[in-house]
Design a protein around this ligand. Structure first.
Ligand SMILES: [Zn+2]
Length: 250
């Protein structure tokens, strides 16, 4: 019973924009496996050390215990011959080896489930998710609801001015948008927020991080493409009535 049939593993990918329910769907699948008494092990990237919660958490506060890792290679250290299901959240932050690691696990007979952003805020494929989509047996594209017009949304709109690929600790810096309402230019200028919310937020961030006035003059911190990408952890944001629902996203 519940033996792992050798060679019968596979890869499932849950991909979509922020606020599309990726973590929720990952947790749902992991819980179903748990109910069937399968041995599961879950992972998420160590991207934001301000919080020490190790669980994968969805907006409705369902959670699954997980290990925090920096790169996909570390997953192999936690998987033994008994492991039947491996769950991975925020796959886009686990580095270029993620597809290779998932492939190896699936070949060993493990069911591998990976949730992650398929696009960044500029609509570019968010590596290594595209490569993973190519080799996966099953793909679920999750859609959010466009926060402007209410159509199905598969894009992440940044609503503050920043050129970092990911803004740390800022679930409220993003909205789900449909193809029609999405506009990457909004993220490049302060005009995205004429009421000055972005400036006030940066002021708060500077206070807490101790950054100086020079950053302000430049309109915030710039991180070049080659730098290590930092993840924000929107799931830690308090849910507000007017806000977008999902706390876990890109
Ligand atoms: Zn729309």
């Amino acid at each position: 019973m519940n033996e792992r049939p050798d060679g019968y593993g596979w890869i499932e990918v849950i991909a979509g924009s922020m606020f599309s329910g990726k973590s929720e769907e990952l947790i749902r699948r992991l819980r179903r496996a748990k109910i069937a008494r399968q041995k599961i092990v879950a992972f998420k990237p160590r991207i934001d050390d301000r919080y020490d919660d190790d669980d994968i958490v969805s907006h409705d506060d369902r959670r699954v215990e997980s290990h925090r890792i920096d790169t996909a290679e570390e997953i192999l250290d936690y998987v033994d011959d008994e492991t039947q299901v491996v769950g991975i959240d925020e796959g886009q932050f686990l580095g270029p080896k993620l597809p290779e690691v998932c492939e190896e696990l699936a070949n060993r007979g493990v069911r591998v489930i990976v949730a992650g952003l398929d696009q960044d805020y500029l609509g570019r494929p968010f590596e290594p998710m595209p490569a993973l989509l190519a080799i996966a047996e099953y793909i679920t594209k999750t859609l959010a609801v466009c926060m402007k017009c209410g159509r199905p949304a598969n894009r992440t709109q940044r609503i503050i001015a920043s050129r970092e690929r990911v803004v740390v600790g800022a679930g409220e810096a993003y909205e789900a948008r449909c193809r029609h309402c999405w506009n990457p230019e909004e993220a490049s200028e302060d005009h995205a927020e004429p009421d000055g919310r972005a400036m006030r937020r940066r002021a708060r961030e500077r206070e807490s991080s101790g950054r100086g006035a020079e950053d302000d003059a430049r309109g915030g911190r710039d991180v070049s493409e080659g730098d290590r990408e930092i993840e924000f952890d929107e799931r830690k944001q308090p849910i507000k009535a007017e806000s977008k629902g999902e706390r876990s996203g890109p």
